[in-house]
Design a protein around this ligand. Sequence first.
Ligand SMILES: [Zn+2]
Length: 207
Amino acid sequence: MEFFVKAVKKTVLGIGRFLEFFTMGETDYKLHTPEGEDFEDVSDLFKARALVAKTKDMMQQGFGIILESPVIINLYEGKEFALKDTKKELCGVLGQYHYENLGKNNLAHMIYIAKGLEKRRFMSVLAHEMTHAFLREAKLMNCDRYLREGFARWVEYKTLIFLGLNEEAEKIVHIKTHKYGKDVEKIFRLEKKVGTEGVIQVLRRID
Ligand SMILES: [Zn+2]
């Protein structure tokens, strides 16, 4: 019973936070800013890791998404990268998510992001890949890769708007021809009906 009360309280508080978060921009909403974050482009792992902390903070405040397992970030250059000695093609994407069965939870999130992205673009790609990490960790949307991709894009879209990159955000809405683009529209339609926090509540129930 006590657990239930706690859970309800947590949800109510969570929704209040979502509303507050989404009506403000980054400058109004004080996110924890790591020391020495005076750079524009993410050109090395030191900078990337500083933004992992900041993005985790944003994911928690904006979407109630918390990752228990470690996030291991890798930057890549060029059109492919090596994973377990296999070359992976990137096909023009800026980020990729993989996981490894290792560590305390037997799960480690491996996130690959193109080197040299502008700081806020990097954060939005990271938010997208962290959404995949969250879905894996929470075992949600297991059988629907299109919905998983749609949800990740929707989080990326929200992040871009939040960080003031509206033009980049619009590009995500207009990817319609590609198979993967379809489900993001589904989520926008759902959002119109149930609101931002409603989307998160609904999607959290799909396993
Ligand atoms: Zn994705």
